[in-house]
Design a protein around this ligand. Structure first.
Ligand SMILES: *Cc1c(COP(=O)(O)O)cnc(C)c1O
Length: 362
């Protein structure tokens, strides 16, 4: 197989070990003589996968007993609804830091309009194409919850610390979950799609504080009710079996790498190397505010005066084996996603490529 440097934003690079284990399980799952996609999920072999996956989550993120880990379908976009259905009563507060945050807010506004109540953005960085994280805001103490998007995948900004909130804190951590240590006890809910850092598309994780549930007065549709899935051990209905299997293998790999603190050190190093090059190389310039730069998605553009080189650089990088560095279609430029499974060598290759391109245009 041709080796490329995969900077895709999601779905994205996964640990080779997880892919190899998935190939094995597709052929013969746990010596059952059946593929993992042929077995019943009501078997002890499958229960063992669910249990291992759950306990890896708990161990890697230090999840306290107050919280439960769920593996569900629907994607992070369904997570927007899970948050609303389980926590919205009269008022929801959102920090609008990007398109995903805005989409989450849109759902809350829609439900508020239908059912009464309100959903507000306490602050927004839309005024500057979401290139920074607003800091001057007050979380309304009468809100049912405060929703943040910790990493803004499209714009390359990140809230890399656990904020203090006077009301239940909910975080979409789709694109930085398990990239750094998190104090789970501060959150009523952490959710996200797996396909950025923890596996293939098709499974959605939710880490929910059990005693934060059951507080809303309206009916919660069964499938959107976290209690349903807590009671059912994430198997109220047929779980996304194959994505969960690959997730489990990805978590196993992360544990072998030394866990979240160890991977965070590597992540910081990878991002720092690339940002240093962007700041040094006269052909490129970063787009995110320096203090809010994401360690997962590094966004940059051609420096003023060199804009016409954009397509040429994309083609040049492609010829050197770089994949997925085109920026999101809504912002343009470049984006290199440096998720956990992206090796340091790929970052070094991209930097070498940028330096070579600089030489060509001296
Ligand atoms: C990718 C992404 C989403 C959407 O995820 P889906 O699983 O495709 O619904 C939501 N939020 C963030 C921060 C993302 O990066």
């Amino acid at each position: 197989m041709k080796k490329v440097h995969n900077f895709n934003a999601g779905p994205c690079v996964l640990p080779q070990e997880a892919i190899d284990a998935a190939i094995e399980a597709l052929k013969d799952f746990s010596s059952t003589g059946m593929s993992v996609i042929e077995i019943s999920h009501r078997t002890k072999e499958w229960e063992a996968v669910m249990d291992e996956c759950r306990s890896l989550w708990k161990e890697l993120l230090n999840i306290p007993d107050t919280h439960e880990v769920l593996m569900l379908g629907g994607g992070a976009s369904m997570g927007f609804l899970y948050a609303i259905m389980n926590f919205f009563e009269k008022k929801a507060a959102y920090l609008e830091t990007g398109v995903w945050a805005k989409k989450a807010l849109k759902e809350a506004k829609g439900i508020a309009q239908t059912c009464g109540g309100e959903a507000v953005a306490v602050a927004s960085s839309a005024d500057k194409t979401y290139c920074y994280i607003p800091k001057d805001y007050t979380i309304p103490t009468d809100a049912d919850y405060f929703h943040i998007t910790t990493n803004n995948t499209i714009y390359g900004t990140e809230i890399r610390y656990d904020i203090d909130s006077p009301v239940p804190l909910i975080a979409d951590m789709s694109s930085d979950i398990l990239s750094r240590p998190v104090d789970v006890s501060k959150y009523a809910l952490i959710y996200g799609g797996a396909q950025k850092n923890v596996g293939p598309a098709g499974v959605t994780f939710a880490i929910v504080r059990k005693d934060a549930l059951g507080k809303v007065s309206h009916y919660i549709p069964t499938m959107l009710n976290f209690q349903t899935h807590i009671d059912g051990g994430s198997m109220f209905n047929t779980p996304p079996v194959f994505p969960i299997f690959v997730m489990k293998e990805t978590l196993k790999w992360l544990k072998k790498m030394g866990g979240v603190e160890a991977i965070n050190k590597i992540n910081v190093k990878k991002a720092q190397m690339l940002y240093d090059e962007i700041d040094r190389n006269p052909l490129f310039v970063g787009t995110a505010a320096k203090e809010d730069r994401s360690i997962m998605n590094v966004c940059f553009v051609m420096a003023p005066g060199h804009e016409e080189l954009q397509d040429e650089f994309l083609a040049f990088a492609k010829s050197k084996g770089m994949v997925g560095i085109k920026g999101h279609r809504s912002v343009g430029g470049f984006r290199a996603s440096l998720y956990n499974a992206c090796p340091v060598e790929s970052v070094e290759a991209l930097i070498a490529c940028m330096q070579e391109f600089e030489q060509l245009h001296k």
